[in-house]
Design a protein around this ligand. Sequence first.
Ligand code: PRP
Length: 190
Amino acid sequence: MTVMYQDDLKTVLYTEAEIAARVAELGARISRDYEGKSIALVGVLNGAVVFLADLMRAITVPVHVDMVAISSYGSYSSTSGVARIMKDLDNSVESQHVLIVEDIVDTGLTLNYLVDYMRARNPASVKVAAMLSKPSQHRVKVQVDYLGFEVPDEFVVGYGLDFAQRYRNLPCIAVLKPEIYAGPDTPPTL
Ligand code: PRP
């Protein structure tokens, strides 16, 4: 089978079918846990859009969907965790059951900031769904209530995750070849 961007990928971690099965499981668990309630899903732009689109269709209780965008807090060597909302919620989450939807928890700083940000808006509850988590990079403790998969300490792309804005539309989750992101003279190829 031909995989998109095949020449740029070191290995496929999770296939499209494995992802679909996991998202279905998460959706079923969420639907049970929130039975009789509705959920304010808050997706984090841009990476979470793919997971959000699949997850919301695997949830059988009513949902509202909102999106936020967070500025990056700078380089990966930063420990400040300084983040800024670039696009705020369109709707109030007061008294709502908020479920933040992320593609990946890397250092955990983005989610840490977002959970506090949501809690300050008087919701009924705040929980987190993340497709991926990279435990080796966590700098702060973040509770992920619904997790897809853990990934190793490698450059992971696909299913919404990018390198230089590419690979988000890769249907599987894969490790990028180091020469793609490390080589100064090796721009990614189509
Ligand atoms: C990624 C990802 C998370 C965040 C996780 O977003 O989507 O939001 O980084 O990293 P952290 O746990 O170290 O805070 P990014 O800033 O790359 O933007 P994107 O979603 O548009 O790709």
